[in-house]
Design a protein around this ligand. Structure first.
Ligand SMILES: *[C@@H]1O[C@H](CO)[C@@H](O)[C@H](O)[C@H]1NC(C)=O
Ligand SMILES: *[C@@H]1O[C@H](CO)[C@@H](O)[C@H](O)[C@H]1NC(C)=O
Ligand SMILES: *[C@@H]1O[C@H](CO)[C@@H](O)[C@H](O)[C@H]1NC(C)=O
Ligand SMILES: *[C@@H]1O[C@H](CO)[C@@H](O)[C@H](O)[C@H]1NC(C)=O
Ligand SMILES: *[C@@H]1O[C@H](CO)[C@@H](O)[C@H](O)[C@H]1NC(C)=O
Length: 233
Protein backbone atom coordinates (compact mmCIF):
# COMPACT_ATOMS: atom_id res chain seq x y z
CA UNK A 1 0.00 0.00 0.00
CA UNK A 2 2.75 2.46 0.96
CA UNK A 3 4.62 1.59 -2.21
CA UNK A 4 1.51 2.14 -4.24
CA UNK A 5 0.98 5.59 -2.73
CA UNK A 6 4.62 6.40 -3.23
CA UNK A 7 4.45 5.29 -6.83
CA UNK A 8 1.34 7.36 -7.48
CA UNK A 9 2.97 10.41 -5.93
CA UNK A 10 6.10 10.00 -8.04
CA UNK A 11 4.04 9.46 -11.13
CA UNK A 12 1.95 12.53 -10.41
CA UNK A 13 4.95 14.76 -9.90
CA UNK A 14 6.99 13.37 -12.78
CA UNK A 15 4.14 14.26 -15.10
CA UNK A 16 4.25 17.82 -13.92
CA UNK A 17 7.88 18.25 -13.00
CA UNK A 18 8.43 21.22 -15.27
CA UNK A 19 5.28 23.06 -14.24
CA UNK A 20 4.93 25.79 -11.64
CA UNK A 21 4.12 25.83 -7.94
CA UNK A 22 1.09 27.39 -6.30
CA UNK A 23 2.12 30.04 -3.78
CA UNK A 24 -0.56 30.31 -1.08
CA UNK A 25 0.75 33.55 0.38
CA UNK A 26 -0.93 36.90 -0.29
CA UNK A 27 0.29 39.33 -2.94
CA UNK A 28 1.24 41.68 -0.11
CA UNK A 29 3.46 39.08 1.49
CA UNK A 30 7.14 39.86 1.83
CA UNK A 31 8.30 36.27 1.60
CA UNK A 32 9.57 34.27 -1.33
CA UNK A 33 8.04 30.82 -1.79
CA UNK A 34 8.06 28.41 -4.69
CA UNK A 35 5.63 30.05 -7.11
CA UNK A 36 6.17 33.61 -5.84
CA UNK A 37 7.77 34.04 -9.23
CA UNK A 38 7.31 31.39 -11.88
CA UNK A 39 10.57 29.89 -13.05
CA UNK A 40 11.74 28.88 -16.51
CA UNK A 41 14.45 27.48 -18.66
CA UNK A 42 14.83 29.27 -21.93
CA UNK A 43 13.32 26.65 -24.24
CA UNK A 44 10.08 27.60 -25.98
CA UNK A 45 10.08 31.08 -24.48
CA UNK A 46 8.92 33.71 -25.22
CA UNK A 47 5.27 32.98 -25.88
CA UNK A 48 2.10 34.95 -26.32
CA UNK A 49 -0.28 34.23 -23.51
CA UNK A 50 -3.08 35.75 -21.46
CA UNK A 51 -3.74 36.92 -17.98
CA UNK A 52 -6.96 37.75 -16.23
CA UNK A 53 -7.27 41.32 -14.97
CA UNK A 54 -10.06 42.28 -12.60
CA UNK A 55 -11.88 45.58 -12.93
CA UNK A 56 -11.48 47.76 -9.83
CA UNK A 57 -12.15 51.33 -8.69
CA UNK A 58 -9.13 52.76 -10.51
CA UNK A 59 -9.37 50.73 -13.70
CA UNK A 60 -12.99 50.57 -14.74
CA UNK A 61 -12.84 50.69 -18.53
CA UNK A 62 -10.96 48.83 -21.23
CA UNK A 63 -9.43 52.16 -22.21
CA UNK A 64 -7.84 52.48 -18.75
CA UNK A 65 -6.81 48.84 -18.62
CA UNK A 66 -5.25 48.95 -22.07
CA UNK A 67 -3.16 51.96 -21.12
CA UNK A 68 -1.97 50.10 -18.02
CA UNK A 69 -0.80 47.26 -20.26
CA UNK A 70 0.31 49.49 -23.16
CA UNK A 71 -1.87 47.65 -25.62
CA UNK A 72 -4.37 48.76 -28.24
CA UNK A 73 -7.80 48.81 -26.61
CA UNK A 74 -9.43 47.34 -29.75
CA UNK A 75 -7.44 44.17 -29.22
CA UNK A 76 -8.75 43.75 -25.69
CA UNK A 77 -12.31 44.56 -26.77
CA UNK A 78 -12.12 41.99 -29.58
CA UNK A 79 -11.12 39.11 -27.31
CA UNK A 80 -13.54 39.93 -24.50
CA UNK A 81 -16.87 39.05 -26.04
CA UNK A 82 -19.06 40.56 -23.38
CA UNK A 83 -17.48 44.01 -23.66
CA UNK A 84 -18.73 46.23 -26.45
CA UNK A 85 -16.68 49.41 -26.24
CA UNK A 86 -13.45 50.54 -24.66
CA UNK A 87 -15.26 53.35 -22.85
CA UNK A 88 -17.92 51.11 -21.32
CA UNK A 89 -17.78 51.30 -17.53
CA UNK A 90 -17.46 47.74 -16.25
CA UNK A 91 -18.62 46.28 -12.99
CA UNK A 92 -16.04 45.90 -10.25
CA UNK A 93 -14.67 42.38 -10.41
CA UNK A 94 -15.43 41.90 -14.11
CA UNK A 95 -12.73 39.64 -15.54
CA UNK A 96 -10.86 40.95 -18.54
CA UNK A 97 -8.59 38.73 -20.58
CA UNK A 98 -5.39 40.59 -21.47
CA UNK A 99 -2.89 39.26 -24.03
CA UNK A 100 0.74 39.53 -22.93
CA UNK A 101 4.15 38.45 -24.09
CA UNK A 102 5.74 36.11 -21.60
CA UNK A 103 9.49 35.73 -21.62
CA UNK A 104 12.20 33.98 -19.69
CA UNK A 105 14.90 36.02 -17.99
CA UNK A 106 16.93 32.83 -17.67
CA UNK A 107 15.51 32.43 -14.19
CA UNK A 108 11.97 33.82 -14.09
CA UNK A 109 9.08 33.58 -16.46
CA UNK A 110 7.47 37.00 -16.57
CA UNK A 111 5.61 39.60 -18.62
CA UNK A 112 7.50 42.88 -18.29
CA UNK A 113 5.65 46.14 -17.83
CA UNK A 114 6.55 49.55 -16.53
CA UNK A 115 4.22 51.50 -14.28
CA UNK A 116 4.38 55.19 -13.51
CA UNK A 117 3.29 55.64 -9.90
CA UNK A 118 0.39 58.10 -9.77
CA UNK A 119 0.34 58.78 -6.04
CA UNK A 120 2.64 57.89 -3.14
CA UNK A 121 1.94 54.25 -2.31
CA UNK A 122 3.20 51.13 -0.62
CA UNK A 123 4.47 48.43 -2.96
CA UNK A 124 1.66 46.18 -1.75
CA UNK A 125 -0.94 48.66 -2.99
CA UNK A 126 0.59 48.47 -6.44
CA UNK A 127 1.00 44.69 -6.39
CA UNK A 128 -2.43 43.89 -4.94
CA UNK A 129 -4.42 46.96 -5.97
CA UNK A 130 -3.22 48.17 -9.36
CA UNK A 131 -2.03 44.75 -10.58
CA UNK A 132 -4.69 42.71 -8.73
CA UNK A 133 -2.16 40.25 -7.28
CA UNK A 134 -0.64 39.24 -10.62
CA UNK A 135 2.66 40.14 -8.97
CA UNK A 136 3.74 40.00 -5.33
CA UNK A 137 5.25 42.93 -3.40
CA UNK A 138 8.47 41.02 -2.91
CA UNK A 139 8.90 40.53 -6.67
CA UNK A 140 8.29 44.25 -7.26
CA UNK A 141 10.88 45.05 -4.61
CA UNK A 142 13.44 42.68 -6.11
CA UNK A 143 12.92 43.84 -9.67
CA UNK A 144 13.37 47.48 -8.63
CA UNK A 145 16.04 46.89 -5.98
CA UNK A 146 13.87 48.39 -3.26
CA UNK A 147 13.27 47.29 0.29
CA UNK A 148 10.02 45.39 0.46
CA UNK A 149 8.47 47.81 2.96
CA UNK A 150 9.49 50.86 0.93
CA UNK A 151 6.95 53.37 -0.22
CA UNK A 152 7.21 54.66 -3.74
CA UNK A 153 6.61 58.29 -4.58
CA UNK A 154 4.34 59.71 -7.25
CA UNK A 155 6.10 59.96 -10.57
CA UNK A 156 8.55 57.11 -10.08
CA UNK A 157 8.77 54.45 -12.74
CA UNK A 158 8.55 50.85 -11.60
CA UNK A 159 9.43 47.70 -13.46
CA UNK A 160 6.63 45.22 -13.06
CA UNK A 161 7.28 41.50 -13.64
CA UNK A 162 3.83 39.92 -13.89
CA UNK A 163 3.55 36.19 -13.34
CA UNK A 164 3.09 34.22 -16.53
CA UNK A 165 4.25 30.93 -18.02
CA UNK A 166 4.58 29.19 -21.36
CA UNK A 167 3.56 25.58 -22.00
CA UNK A 168 6.53 23.25 -21.99
CA UNK A 169 7.04 20.37 -24.40
CA UNK A 170 5.00 18.04 -22.26
CA UNK A 171 1.92 20.16 -21.71
CA UNK A 172 2.30 21.51 -25.24
CA UNK A 173 2.15 18.02 -26.72
CA UNK A 174 -0.95 17.45 -24.60
CA UNK A 175 -2.74 20.17 -26.58
CA UNK A 176 -2.32 22.94 -24.01
CA UNK A 177 -2.08 26.21 -25.90
CA UNK A 178 -1.86 28.67 -23.03
CA UNK A 179 -1.28 28.82 -19.33
CA UNK A 180 -3.51 31.70 -18.30
CA UNK A 181 -2.52 33.54 -15.12
CA UNK A 182 -5.65 33.79 -12.99
CA UNK A 183 -5.90 35.80 -9.74
CA UNK A 184 -8.22 34.29 -7.13
CA UNK A 185 -10.74 36.42 -5.31
CA UNK A 186 -12.76 35.81 -2.19
CA UNK A 187 -15.21 32.89 -2.62
CA UNK A 188 -13.39 31.61 -5.71
CA UNK A 189 -12.49 27.96 -6.02
CA UNK A 190 -10.64 25.84 -8.53
CA UNK A 191 -13.70 24.07 -9.93
CA UNK A 192 -15.31 27.42 -10.74
CA UNK A 193 -12.20 28.53 -12.61
CA UNK A 194 -12.00 25.17 -14.38
CA UNK A 195 -15.57 25.60 -15.63
CA UNK A 196 -14.82 29.08 -16.96
CA UNK A 197 -11.92 27.75 -19.00
CA UNK A 198 -13.33 24.29 -19.70
CA UNK A 199 -10.52 22.40 -17.96
CA UNK A 200 -10.71 19.81 -15.21
CA UNK A 201 -9.56 20.64 -11.69
CA UNK A 202 -7.10 17.75 -11.93
CA UNK A 203 -5.35 19.46 -14.81
CA UNK A 204 -5.25 22.76 -12.94
CA UNK A 205 -3.80 21.03 -9.87
CA UNK A 206 -1.19 19.34 -12.00
CA UNK A 207 -0.13 22.55 -13.76
CA UNK A 208 0.37 24.20 -10.35
CA UNK A 209 2.03 21.32 -8.52
CA UNK A 210 -0.90 21.04 -6.13
CA UNK A 211 -1.12 17.76 -4.31
CA UNK A 212 -4.59 16.34 -5.18
CA UNK A 213 -5.07 14.75 -1.80
CA UNK A 214 -6.46 16.19 0.37
CA UNK A 215 -8.31 18.52 -1.99
CA UNK A 216 -6.20 21.66 -2.29
CA UNK A 217 -7.37 24.88 -0.70
CA UNK A 218 -6.87 28.13 -2.56
CA UNK A 219 -6.75 31.68 -1.23
CA UNK A 220 -7.79 35.13 -2.45
CA UNK A 221 -4.98 37.41 -3.68
CA UNK A 222 -2.92 34.49 -5.01
CA UNK A 223 -2.62 33.26 -8.60
CA UNK A 224 -2.84 29.98 -10.45
CA UNK A 225 -2.10 28.95 -14.01
CA UNK A 226 -5.01 27.60 -16.00
CA UNK A 227 -3.98 25.26 -18.83
CA UNK A 228 -6.23 26.14 -21.75
CA UNK A 229 -6.67 24.19 -24.96
CA UNK A 230 -9.04 26.77 -26.39
CA UNK A 231 -7.94 29.48 -28.75
CA UNK A 232 -8.71 32.47 -26.60
CA UNK A 233 -8.27 35.26 -29.12
C1 LIG B 1 -17.62 37.80 -19.46
O1 LIG B 1 -17.33 36.57 -20.11
C2 LIG B 1 -16.41 35.75 -19.43
C3 LIG B 1 -16.11 34.55 -20.29
O2 LIG B 1 -17.20 34.14 -21.03
C4 LIG B 1 -16.98 35.38 -18.06
O3 LIG B 1 -16.03 34.62 -17.36
C5 LIG B 1 -17.26 36.63 -17.29
O4 LIG B 1 -17.85 36.30 -16.05
C6 LIG B 1 -18.20 37.52 -18.09
N1 LIG B 1 -18.38 38.74 -17.34
C7 LIG B 1 -19.56 39.31 -17.18
C8 LIG B 1 -19.61 40.52 -16.32
O5 LIG B 1 -20.56 38.88 -17.71
C1 LIG C 1 12.22 41.53 -18.80
O1 LIG C 1 12.94 42.06 -17.72
C2 LIG C 1 14.02 41.26 -17.30
C3 LIG C 1 14.67 41.82 -16.05
O2 LIG C 1 14.33 43.11 -15.82
C4 LIG C 1 15.03 41.14 -18.43
O3 LIG C 1 16.09 40.28 -18.04
C5 LIG C 1 14.34 40.56 -19.65
O4 LIG C 1 15.22 40.53 -20.75
C6 LIG C 1 13.12 41.37 -20.02
N1 LIG C 1 12.43 40.69 -21.09
C7 LIG C 1 12.06 41.32 -22.22
C8 LIG C 1 11.36 40.50 -23.26
O5 LIG C 1 12.25 42.51 -22.39
C1 LIG D 1 -6.74 41.32 -1.36
O1 LIG D 1 -6.28 42.52 -1.97
C2 LIG D 1 -7.23 43.55 -1.95
C3 LIG D 1 -6.68 44.70 -2.77
O2 LIG D 1 -5.48 45.17 -2.25
C4 LIG D 1 -7.52 43.93 -0.50
O3 LIG D 1 -8.51 44.94 -0.46
C5 LIG D 1 -8.02 42.70 0.25
O4 LIG D 1 -8.17 43.01 1.61
C6 LIG D 1 -7.05 41.54 0.11
N1 LIG D 1 -7.62 40.33 0.69
C7 LIG D 1 -6.96 39.61 1.58
C8 LIG D 1 -7.65 38.39 2.08
O5 LIG D 1 -5.86 39.94 1.97
C1 LIG E 1 11.48 21.12 -26.34
O1 LIG E 1 11.28 21.32 -27.72
C2 LIG E 1 12.24 22.17 -28.32
C3 LIG E 1 11.87 22.41 -29.78
O2 LIG E 1 10.73 21.73 -30.17
C4 LIG E 1 13.64 21.56 -28.19
O3 LIG E 1 14.59 22.42 -28.76
C5 LIG E 1 13.94 21.34 -26.71
O4 LIG E 1 15.18 20.69 -26.57
C6 LIG E 1 12.84 20.52 -26.05
N1 LIG E 1 13.10 20.51 -24.61
C7 LIG E 1 13.06 19.39 -23.88
C8 LIG E 1 13.34 19.55 -22.42
O5 LIG E 1 12.78 18.31 -24.36
C1 LIG F 1 -14.50 21.42 -23.47
O1 LIG F 1 -13.46 20.46 -23.46
C2 LIG F 1 -13.84 19.22 -23.99
C3 LIG F 1 -12.71 18.21 -23.81
O2 LIG F 1 -11.52 18.77 -23.40
C4 LIG F 1 -14.20 19.38 -25.47
O3 LIG F 1 -14.60 18.12 -26.01
C5 LIG F 1 -15.33 20.39 -25.57
O4 LIG F 1 -15.62 20.65 -26.94
C6 LIG F 1 -14.96 21.69 -24.90
N1 LIG F 1 -16.11 22.58 -24.86
C7 LIG F 1 -16.05 23.84 -25.27
C8 LIG F 1 -17.30 24.64 -25.14
O5 LIG F 1 -15.03 24.33 -25.73
Amino acid sequence: MMIYVWFLTCFWFSLSSSQQYYDKTLCSSGTNKPGTRYTCRSSRNPCETFLVYRVNDKFRTIARISSLFSIDSDIIVSINHNVSASSQVLETGHEVLVPVLCSCTGEFSQANFTYRVTEDAALSEIACGVFVGLVKSIALAEENRLAENNNVVAGSLLRVPLRCACPDNLSGSDGVKFLVTYPFVERDYTLKVGKKFNVSVEEIWKANHMDPSPTPTVFPNTTILVPSRTNLS
